[in-house]
Design a protein around this ligand. Structure first.
Ligand code: HEM
Length: 187
């Protein structure tokens, strides 16, 4: 591993971010529940790794914590990595949530810079995807299965927003468990 690394589009992420405009739509047995939330995400530069003497990935590690705005209860915790493969223009997000669910989501990076000077990271995974998959415990597979996951992060100039959809099968129905927030990089 080296720490003299070109993080490519991931360079925009590194730092501590906070935002309190989060909105979560989660499943309930009788329907759904919307929770307003605040969030802290810490992205740390790791360096690069070489796989099979050929593939080089630049790596950023992150941890995020989500608190309900009204109760201050923690409603989500997530840890993972973002990886950048400059040779193929691929971004990868591996993530773990403490419900015994792991996701390996990937996508091609579109280098367009928008009118706000921001770039977008787009990744997806699905249980039946050829490349990017989801692993979950037998209980979750049976009772609260994650079938698919998409995440879009727009970042630049110290601002970030994201939208993500976790496609679930739970309580006998299909449910789009969605989350979105806007964050600013802390000085
Ligand atoms: C900002 C991000 C997220 C927030 C705020 C959030 C919040 C919630 C909440 C409030 C519930 C309802 C159950 C409960 O009260 O604990 C829930 C359920 C669930 N979430 Fe999330 N979630 C987030 C992201 C994710 C992600 C990324 C995944 C998986 C890839 C995920 C998977 C699930 C599953 C499988 C359930 C159903 C479990 C159950 O209700 O019994 N969530 N989430």
């Amino acid at each position: 591993m080296s720490d003299k690394v070109d993080f490519g589009p991931l360079a925009e992420l590194i730092g501590v971010w906070k935002g309190d405009k989060g909105s979560d739509l989660a499943p309930e047995p009788e329907g759904s529940e919307v929770s307003p939330y605040s969030e802290t995400i810490t992205y740390t530069a790791v360096g690069d790794v070489k796989n099979a003497e050929s593939e080089v990935l630049a790596v950023v590690r992150y941890h995020l914590e989500v608190m309900h705005k009204l109760t201050n209860e923690k409603i989500h915790d997530e840890t993972g990595y973002w990886m950048w493969d400059a040779s193929t223009g691929t971004v990868i997000n591996s993530l773990i949530i403490p419900r015994a669910v792991c996701v390996l989501a990937g996508g091609k990076f579109n280098s367009t810079v928008d009118e706000n000077g921001q770039i977008t990271l787009d990744v997806k995974a699905a249980v039946d995807h050829a490349d990017w998959n989801i692993i979950q415990s037998p209980f979750m597979k049976d009772k609260a299965r994650t079938n698919g996951f998409t995440r879009t992060v727009t970042v630049g100039n110290g601002k970030m927003k994201y939208f993500q959809n976790t496609q679930l099968s739970i309580y006998g129905k299909e449910f789009d468990h969605t989350d979105q927030n806007q964050l600013t990089r802390q000085p």
